[in-house]
Write a protein that binds this ligand. Structure first.
Ligand SMILES: NC(=O)c1ccc[n+]([C@@H]2O[C@H](COP(=O)([O-])OP(=O)(O)OC[C@H]3O[C@@H](n4cnc5c(N)ncnc54)[C@H](OP(=O)(O)O)[C@@H]3O)[C@@H](O)[C@H]2O)c1
Length: 319
């Protein structure tokens, strides 16, 4: 198969580059700009000098440009790793967030619908949060976002579904990786340099190592390929739908930070738990955003690592 990855220079996109190296499929990596020097160095460190660091420029807000690449590269499936991911800034940038998180995924879905292909899209636990709950969220739980990011991501899911394309939407949470800016890298730095730190303990969820999510995406694509090989004109993928994915386990941001410091040997930093209201934010974040992964595990036979195991691996790579 020929697979196009959008947002290839973000956290998840870079992990897709690493896993695609050993794939029999042809991958085309796209983004709005070239990969940063820092990312290229990390990619080579993790996957060797022959890793594909090239970026085909593609702005996914432009449907014609997507159709051109799909045609010229004979694309069969798209993995959409691009998004407007700045949760706080989205509050003042509704139009841009809606364009990237809702209209652009619709463009990708239309392009895949044209050729009866597959769209793999990533969504978020922020589609929940408005209603109080304290059990892990299942895929059919009523969505009720609290801010612009969550609303626009929900619109993206709905737009994809409206096109009638074959799709896999993975809702994930607390994503981190060796690439770009994320909570793990921030806390790695702060616990090394600050004598004390306060971190919220009243928001609970599960971290997701982007490499584990990329692995789940590739496993799901392998499943799709088994049906795709028997493809008929009227064929539709039997497992089209929404799936939840994070690492296993549950923790607060405070617990997460404690483990980052412990695994990194940053024992001099005094880390204390605090309430969310000590760090005012433009967006109310979900207090309990644990995702129930039963459906994804059952459908694709995923074996998902416990969050501390994956954290150790990522920290080892970053240090
Ligand atoms: N990060 C999290 O904690 C988290 C949690 C739950 C779900 N998710 C979802 O997981 C997915 C992957 O997130 P991530 O953290 O890997 O994202 P990321 O690191 O922010 O990467 C997104 C990439 O998309 C690119 N992009 C921006 N505008 C584009 C456009 N018009 N056309 C094509 N590409 C464009 C960005 O380029 P520039 O950097 O140059 O703008 C960036 O390289 C997203 O759908 C996100 O909503 C993330």
């Amino acid at each position: 198969m020929n697979i196009l990855v959008t947002g290839a220079n973000g956290q998840l996109g870079n992990e897709m580059r690493i896993l695609a190296k050993n794939s029999v499929d042809k991958y085309v990596f796209t983004d709005v700009a070239d990969a940063s020097e820092e990312s290229i160095v990390m990619l080579k460190k993790l996957a060797g000098d022959d890793i594909n660091t090239e970026t085909v420029h593609l702005d996914i807000t432009k449907l014609d440009a997507i159709r051109d690449v799909v045609k010229s590269e004979q694309i069969d499936a798209i993995v959409n790793c691009a998004a407007y991911t700045n949760v706080d800034a989205a509050e003042d940038n509704y139009d841009l967030a809606e364009l990237l998180n809702a209209k652009a995924p619709e463009n990708l879905a239309i392009a895949m619908k044209d050729i009866n292909g597959l769209l793999v899209h990533i969504s978020t636990d922020y589609v929940f949060g408005g209603d109080p709950y304290n059990t892990p969220c299942k895929e059919d739980q009523k969505c009720n976002p609290t801010g612009v990011y969550g609303f626009t991501k929900l619109h993206g899911e709905q737009n994809i579904q409206t096109t009638g394309v074959d799709y896999l939407i993975f809702r994930t949470a607390w994503l981190y990786s060796e690439f770009g800016k994320n909570f793990v890298k921030t806390m790695l730095n702060l616990t090394a340099t600050k004598p004390q730190l306060k971190v919220v303990f009243d928001q609970v969820g599960t971290p997701t190592y982007a490499l584990d999510l990329a692995d789940a995406i590739i496993t799901a694509i392998e499943d799709y390929k088994m049906e795709w090989n028997l493809k008929r004109e009227t064929w539709n993928y039997s497992k089209t739908g929404i799936y939840h994915f994070s690492n296993e386990g549950v923790c607060s941001w405070y617990d997460f930070t404690k483990m980052i410091a412990e695994y990194s040997g940053h024992t001099d930093c005094n880390i204390q738990p605090c309430h969310s209201d000590e760090f005012p934010s433009p967006v109310k974040r979900p207090a309990f955003s644990v995702l129930d992964k039963t459906k994804a595990k059952g459908t694709f036979g995923l074996e998902i690592p416990f969050w501390t195991e994956s954290l150790k691996k990522c920290l080892h790579n970053v240090k």
